[in-house]
Design a protein around this ligand. Sequence first.
Ligand code: MTE
Ligand code: MO
Length: 191
Amino acid sequence: MEETNPLPLGQHYINRFIIYSALGTPHIDIQKWRLTIDGEVEKTLTLTYNELLSPLMWCEVVRDFHCVTKWSVPSVKFGGVKLKTLALNVKPKPEAKYVLFICLDGYTTPVPIEDALSDDAIIVLKMGGHPLTIEQGFPARPFIPHLYAWKSAKWLHVIRFLREYVDGYWEARGYHERGNVWGEERFKKEI
Ligand SMILES: Nc1nc2c(c(=O)[nH]1)N[C@H]1C(S)=C(S)[C@@H](COP(=O)(O)O)O[C@H]1N2
Ligand SMILES: [Mo]
């Protein structure tokens, strides 16, 4: 296994993904599927799968994938469209503070806007050079390398810009609002 980056505290490498689908695996009709970007934006945007594959927007990053349960998969190649690029088209309003990822299975997860628009935050369509498999979230999932992988919501269909934080599936069960792997932001702070 090639190890390119230092590992965040508490993590260890494994060589394959452990598949999680807390709410089951939804049925996808790719002809009908759209990615919608809405909420606190100047202009709502709806894209088809083929539009997202456009070479004009395409980008690739190679990064480790860190699950909060402490396994990490090293150096995964992700292909897709930067969230920053999509944001240029929708123009988030100054009031927008969070991005909520909403999935076809009902799974949701919030991310602070600074993380969602960071340079290597992408909407993934391909992993390892191939379209996502159904079990790994086909057609699309976000990936933000410095956040734990529960923020990489599979079967994504809406990216919603919000004024205020809301819990997603795991956040409602105690997981951290932000989930930065370098700060070991695993769980919400007790107050
Ligand atoms: N829709 C959905 N997305 C999800 C999950 C889930 O249960 N449902 N689990 C999350 C968690 S905790 C992890 S670690 C990764 C696992 O990704 P994988 O199933 O591709 O290995 O998906 C994340 N995205
Ligand atoms: Mo996870």
